[in-house]
Design a binder for this molecule. Structure first.
Ligand code: GCO
Ligand code: MG
Length: 402
């Protein structure tokens, strides 16, 4: 079965998504997510101008060879644009292979390791009480794991909190919004949030928190220590990870579990974190780390060190990524948890899918492939709209990490 056509589809049903569609000479098609939030068109060009021609005529079943061809063959390895493009090709080809085999994708990966995939939802509010009420709502909906973020007194905005709490969307403006950040106020506030949540809900649910790269390693260690009594499932991205060694310092001080990796592109970004067992969960997902083929290598390395997966699942990852990730999660022996943010209704209409939520778990569907498709006619009704993530500054104007 040969690759006959390669098409890039951009749509904005509430937010931008880039989808790659590969069709074979036998009429089977597969799709992959290539969305890179705030830098979408760079991946569109990469695929259209530099990948599409190289794929036409190749054996659609040679997934590994095509992966190596695109990775080694471009000479310029790694990086978010390259790896999102490779990830989309890889996901579409796995979709095709599974459809051709008449099997749900998880069967090709090695079969089912669990009945369902535990997910966590996002509870947030302008203050602790509002967040606490949101946590109550998620518990009501059947979630067993909930990420909690709250506005910080004295700060106008912070990561994870917005007016539309069920559908938090950080890429909110045609030019980056400028936020102001205070580490002192934040560090003072977060333990109070979890103190209240454990007091109100007890210890029967998993609670998670995303620091979103904002602390230094020593500050992260301090936060980890101050959250230990509340037994978090994880503390996410406590500090930036260009320097993987920074995590040695955090690890030395706290037993609060750590999750990292949503912005990683390859196994090389986390090799030391994994092999030195400096984290507990690896957050990389299908879209940004070279597809199923490469994510599997990362998960296998993590498994050697008892590190589990916790795939990124924010709204900027399309339902195509979610579908593929769920098949991956259904197979991965060292699966930990899956992030699940609801997509808006128009998004779900553009991307019909067969995964479903029940009792705190998502379930991959049984249809052949990864179970997600794109309605191209509907997609065409939502043209691309420029949207950026915010930036962060300290109170004196210094640029900080968002
Ligand atoms: C998360 C993430 C997201 C990112 C977003 C950036 O844990 O879900 O931190 O909210 O900010 O994916 O595009
Ligand atoms: Mg995060």
């Amino acid at each position: 079965m040969k690759i006959a056509a390669v098409k890039v589809i951009v749509t904005c049903p509430g937010r931008n998504f880039v989808t790659l569609k590969i069709t074979t000479d036998q009429g089977v098609h597969g799709i992959g997510d290539a969305t890179l939030n705030g830098r979408e068109l760079a991946v569109v060009s990469y695929l259209q101008d530099h990948v599409a021609d190289c794929l036409v005529g190749r054996d659609a079943g040679a997934i590994e060879d095509i992966w190596q061809y695109l990775y080694r063959g471009c000479y310029w390895r790694r990086g978010p644009v390259t790896m999102a493009a490779i990830g989309a090709v890889d996901t579409a080809l796995w979709d095709i292979k599974a459809k051709a085999a008449g099997m749900p994708l998880y069967e090709l990966l090695g079969g089912r390791s669990r009945r369902g995939v535990m997910v966590y939802g996002h509870a947030s509010g302008r203050d602790i009480e509002e967040t606490s009420d949101e946590v109550a709502r998620y518990i009501e909906l059947g979630y067993r794991a909930i990420r909690a973020q709250s506005g910080v007194p004295g700060m106008d905005s912070t990561y994870g909190v917005s007016a539309d709490r069920m559908y938090y969307e950080p890429a909110d403006a045609a030019l980056p919004t400028e936020n102001v950040w205070s580490t002192e106020k934040y560090l003072d506030h977060v333990p109070k949030l979890f103190d209240r949540l454990r007091e109100r809900f007890g210890f029967g649910h998993h609670l998670l928190h995303d620091v979103h790269h904002r602390l230094t390693p020593m500050e992260a260690a301090r936060l980890g220590i101050s959250l230990e009594d509340y037994r978090l499932f994880w503390m996410e991205d406590p500090t930036p990870v260009e320097n993987q060694e920074a995590f040695r310092l955090i690890r030395k001080h706290t037993v609060t579990p750590l999750a990292v990796g949503e912005i990683f592109n390859t196994v090389w970004d986390c090799k030391d974190l994994l092999s030195e067992q400096l984290i507990d969960y690896i957050r990389t997902t299908v879209t940004h780390a070279g597809g199923i083929t490469h994510l599997r290598r990362i998960a296998d390395l993590a498994a050697m060190y008892q590190i589990r997966t916790g795939c990124h699942g924010a709204t900027d990852l399309s339902p195509v990524c979610m579908g593929a990730a769920l098949h991956f999660d259904t197979w991965a022996p060292n699966f930990g948890i899956q992030e699940y943010m609801l997509h808006t209704e128009p998004t779900d209409e553009v991307f019909p899918h067969d995964y479903r939520f029940s009792e705190g778990e998502l379930h991959a569907g049984e249809s052949p492939g990864h179970g997600v498709d794109i309605d191209e006619r509907l997609a065409a009704k939502y043209p691309y709209r420029k949207a950026y993530l915010p930036v962060n500054r300290l109170r004196d104007g210094t640029m900080w990490n968002w």
